[in-house]
Each structure stands twice: as structure tokens, then as C-alpha cells.
Design a protein around this ligand. Structure first.
Ligand SMILES: [Zn+2]
Length: 259
């Protein structure tokens, strides 16, 4: 059987709006299926949980250009829905299935995306046509990241909190968080965190941290401790219950090939 034609486009996306998922979130109750969704009370017939996603904002512009109807979105991981993706953006490969047109001006397409939805999603690199193996490469690569965390704390911070945290580098043992346990194996992993900057902006925002983490660190869980599943936690280091109020990915660092 002959493989169906497809075009694979690589770039990096910035996500500038909280609440926007990376890919289409079908309704968990009806699965988005046409028959069932009409009577669905969870999504009220829409079939999906959020109106838009990064994938859809792109596909509504990319698919018409290629005269295609279906696509797949392959991200180098994904940020939580409520997390912004800043810096140079997250690498991804957009797969156009069965294009009827192949000769597309990719820079004009990127300009159209920016003109129409540039306040929500931006592509920081020109589209490159890539081979299938790039999908596996970006999905399996281990990317370190820089995050900015707005921390909420329950009681007043110790006066020396900022000094206590400044420039610290340490290992964190993290058991798979309960919120993802339904789709990830329950295991304990060790991850590295380095504190890059500490700010104490004022009473409304008691603490803001910039950190560098190794691949796959659960940042929200490191902040709270996740009921003892993540240790040491920021809450433990501060001596007060703490939670992640706001989170942005500042940068996904380039992969350094293993030596
Ligand atoms: Zn539904």
C-alpha cells in the first residue's frame, strides 16, 4: 500500500493566552462524537471543552492553504492549559494529511497567522519542511526549561526568604502527581532545579521565582510539595504552605547532544 501524502512543518510556538490548550480537547463525556454530543449536558453539544486550541488556531489557516482536511499536532511536550509559553516558543511539527496543494508560500502563511491570531499564538521560526523522523526526535528529546512562578503563601514569609533561596541548586524527588496518575506510570524520579532569580514584589504577590529545571520536572508540585509526593518542596524550604498561583514557561532550552 502506498503511503498517503503528507507535509510536515516544523516551527516553535509562543502561547500568549492563559486557558488555551495545545490541542483539541474533546469532551470527556461524549468524546465529541456527533451523535452523542447533541444530548451531552457536559459540553452542551459543542463536543469539546474549549473553543480553541493552538492546533486549531493554526489548522484553520494552514489546512485551507494546502487544500487539506486533516492534521496532527506533534509538540515537544505540552504546557498546562493555564500556563503561558514565552521566549522562543515550544518546538512542534504540524502534520498536514493528504494535501491537494503542495506549493505553499510558508512565510506568507506564517504572516497570515500572525495577522489574524498573533495576539494569542506566534510562530517564532519560519516553517521548515521536515522528515517524519523529526517527530520522534522532538518528542523524545530532553529539554531543560526556564520558568517564572508566582507563588502564593499561607503565612508571612520569613524576612530572609529571598536570601535562603537565592542561587540554590538541588535535586527534587518527585512521585508521579495524582492529577496525572491516570495517564502516567506511578514512579519516583529525581529532577534538578536551579533558582535563577528571587523577587519579593509586594504584599499582593509575595514571591516570584525564576527557575531552571531538568526535563519533566513537575513545577506546581515542587512548589506545594503535593502532599509529600515531591521533596524537598518550596513550601518546606519556606516553612509555610505554598502554591503556584501563576506559571509561565520563559524558555525551552536547546538540547545539548549527549557526549
Ligand atoms: Zn460532551
Amino acid at each position: 500500500m502506498k503511503a498517503k501524502p503528507r507535509v510536515l512543518l516544523e516551527s516553535r510556538y509562543r502561547k500568549l493566552e492563559r486557558g488555551l490548550p495545545q490541542t483539541i480537547h474533546f469532551c470527556p463525556a461524549c468524546g465529541g462524537r456527533r451523535r452523542q454530543r447533541q444530548k451531552c449536558t457536559v459540553c452542551e453539544g459543542r463536543g469539546r471543552i474549549s473553543e480553541d486550541s493552538v492546533q486549531q488556531l493554526l489548522s484553520r489557516r494552514i489546512l485551507p492553504a494546502f487544500d487539506a482536511r486533516k492534521c496532527k499536532f506533534h509538540g515537544a511536550g505540552r504546557e498546562d492549559v493555564d500556563v503561558l509559553m514565552l521566549g522562543r516558543g515550544r518546538p512542534f511539527v504540524f502534520e498536514v494529511e493528504e494535501p491537494k496543494v503542495e506549493d505553499v508560500d510558508l512565510e506568507a502563511l506564517r504572516a497570515k497567522i500572525h495577522a489574524e491570531v498573533g495576539e494569542r499564538v506566534q510562530l517564532t521560526e519560519p516553517f521548515r519542511r521536515v522528515q517524519r523522523r523529526r517527530v520522534g526526535e522532538i518528542k523524545e528529546a530532553h529539554w531543560s526549561k526556564h520558568y517564572r512562578i508566582g507563588v502564593a503563601v499561607e503565612s508571612a514569609l520569613p524576612a530572609d526568604a529571598a536570601e535562603r533561596l537565592a542561587a540554590r541548586e538541588f535535586l527534587v524527588r518527585q512521585r508521579t502527581p495524582e492529577r496525572v496518575a491516570h495517564r502516567r506510570a506511578d514512579m519516583v524520579r529525581t529532577r534538578q532545579i536551579r533558582i535563577l532569580a528571587v523577587r519579593v514584589p509586594g504584599p499582593d504577590h509575595p514571591l516570584e521565582l525564576d527557575i531552571e529545571t531538568s526535563h519533566g520536572t513537575y513545577v506546581k508540585e515542587w512548589v506545594s510539595g503535593d502532599g509529600g509526593r515531591s521533596e524537598p518542596s518550596l513550601a518546606e524550604m519556606l516553612g509555610t504552605p505554598a502554591s503556584c498561583e501563576r506559571l509561565d514557561v520563559l524558555e525551552i532550552l536547546d538540547v545539548t547532544p549527549p557526549r
